[in-house]
Ligand binder design. Structure first.
Ligand code: 4NP
Length: 169
């Protein structure tokens, strides 16, 4: 087991729908695969609208139906220091990515790799996780589908990088 944790921050606009869903999904899937202790995961929003709030009720309900409990999460806004604290900053869409590029310039010693989350999806590199906030229930299911596939691929890629994938774990 590597001594240093791999730290991942998932970013969206409000931090109440997409990024907390991915945070909960990635954490649960890493734990279920036996690698929970290797990762520290968090999520944040580029906007401050919902700071301190739990995830959107619809996000919580759809996630719970697949066995992911998001109730303990609370929204926070991103900060330049996130680029020093995290190894990966993964955004849901291009607007978030552009915002984070701007914020990265204010970090003293940025070390994080900044990318779109779906660059780690097996078939959707370069694509975005659609914002479900103003949409219907389907949108929340799409977020979960994308979160699950991207989390499994991200886990595989990061374990491989550590020389840990393929060891029968
Ligand atoms: P999220 O969704 O970025 O996935 O958390 C949104 C949440 C809130 C708002 C927009 C998107 N809002 O405008 O309040």
């Amino acid at each position: 087991m590597a001594e240093e944790k791999i730290r991942i921050l998932f970013v969206c606009l409000g931090n109440i729908c997409r990024s907390p869903t991915v945070e909960g999904v990635f954490r649960a899937r890493a734990e279920r695969a036996g690698w929970g202790a290797l990762f520290e995961v968090d999520s944040a929003g580029t906007a401050a609208y919902h700071v301190g709030e739990p995830p959107d009720r619809r996000s919580q309900q759809h996630a719970q139906a697949r066995g992911y409990n998001l109730s303990a999460l609370r929204a926070r806004q991103v900060a330049p220091i996130d680029f020093e604290r995290f190894d990966y900053v993964l955004t849901m869409d291009r607007r978030n990515l552009r915002e984070m590029e701007g914020i990265q310039r204010f970090a003293r010693n940025p070390k994080a790799t900044l990318a779109l989350l779906l660059d780690y999806h097996p078939e959707r590199q370069g694509q975005e996780v659609p914002d479900p906030y103003y949409g219907t229930d389907d949108g929340f299911e799409t977020v979960l589908d994308l979160a699950e596939s991207a989390s499994d691929e991200l886990l595989k890629v990061l374990l491989k990088k550590q020389g840990l994938f393929g060891c029968g774990c």
